[in-house]
Design a protein around this ligand. Sequence first.
Ligand SMILES: [Zn+2]
Length: 68
Amino acid sequence: MPFYDYTCTKCHTKFELMRTMSQRDDPAACPECGAKKAKRGLPSFSTSVRGGSGSGGGACRNAGSGFS
Ligand SMILES: [Zn+2]
């Protein structure tokens, strides 16, 4: 079971939880203030997954503007 990083949106505490993949997007309870408003960050074992869909959309827009 992988660890996921969470950051509390209320007090900005960062903590890790071990969860299943089906639970990873559920709101996590902050150990500091108890608010269930912690957002999931990137998994600790894969920090290089980013910008995939964003770069694809950018390429599409660039191609369209070039043709018109
Ligand atoms: Zn908190």
